[in-house]
Design a protein around this ligand. Structure first.
Ligand code: ZN
Length: 239
């Protein structure tokens, strides 16, 4: 018979049915026999009925909408590409990345890999000047103010200059007004970022920020952004 080990340090609730009543709490590292490898899904119909169905009989479809649990408001056509609520600071080293050490959340790495691919295709280098941004005392307090929407706070953004043939393209040169004067390879790189399904180029922001690239994490999935931020604040406060 297959066996399982309880992973969470805090233990794991044993329930009488999926999401049912708590029977007891299994302790960390406790071993259990896996009697039935059945996965139940809690589902809701369009008319509001809620219940459990056997997972084998549902085909997974891409998520269409995500709601804010407080307001019920729809938070964009969010795709749950990155299900981790944990903030996990990781050093990123891409072949086309130069300059400062790039430290981002682990879940941003696939996006940076695409940035790296775009740079490679355009034969340019990405000089990162800023990645995960410091959180000040105010933000580290119990209440996280709404101003902390920046993807930099959860390690989902970089600020960069671009290098082509040893020439540096900074915020002045990368300004949208200067776009048509930029070398073709730089334009192609920025176009690749703008055409990416997830990435945003800060040059398109209402307050232009042409050295900024992020994955629109806050607006794509506000709940996950908040979870990530709380996870990071928790880690900072634990240190
Ligand atoms: Zn930025």
């Amino acid at each position: 018979m297959k066996r399982g080990r309880v992973k969470p340090e805090a233990g794991l609730n044993l329930r009488d049915k999926p999401n049912g009543q708590k029977v007891t709490v299994l302790s960390h590292n406790q071993l259990v026999d896996i009697v039935d490898e059945v996965t139940f899904y809690r589902v809701r119909t369009s008319t509001g009925e809620v219940g459990f169905v056997h997972g084998n009989y549902l085909e997974n479809m891409p998520p269409t909408r995500v709601e804010d649990s407080n307001t019920g408001a729809e938070i964009g056509a969010a795709s749950l590409l990155h299900p981790s609520e944990e903030f996990n600071l990781t050093v990123y080293s891409g072949s086309e990345f130069i300059g400062e050490t790039v430290k981002v959340d682990k879940d941003f790495v696939p996006e940076l890999n695409r940035v790296n691919d775009y740079a490679k295709a355009c034969e340019i280098k990405v000089w990162v000047t800023s990645s995960t941004r410091n959180i000040n005392q105010q933000v580290r307090g119990a209440i996280v103010p709404p101003a902390t929407k920046s993807c930099h706070f959860v390690g989902h953004a970089i600020d960069m200059n671009l290098m082509l043939d040893g020439k540096l393209f900074n915020s002045q040169k990368l300004k949208k007004a200067n776009y048509n004067n930029l070398p073709e390879q730089i334009q192609k790189f920025l176009t690749s970022v703008r055409d990416d399904n997830v990435l945003r180029w800060g040059g398109d922001f209402s307050t232009e920020d042409p050295v900024h690239i992020d994955d629109n994490f806050y607006y794509r999935n506000q709940l996950m952004y908040k979870a990530k931020l709380l996870s990071r604040v928790g880690q900072l406060n634990a240190n």
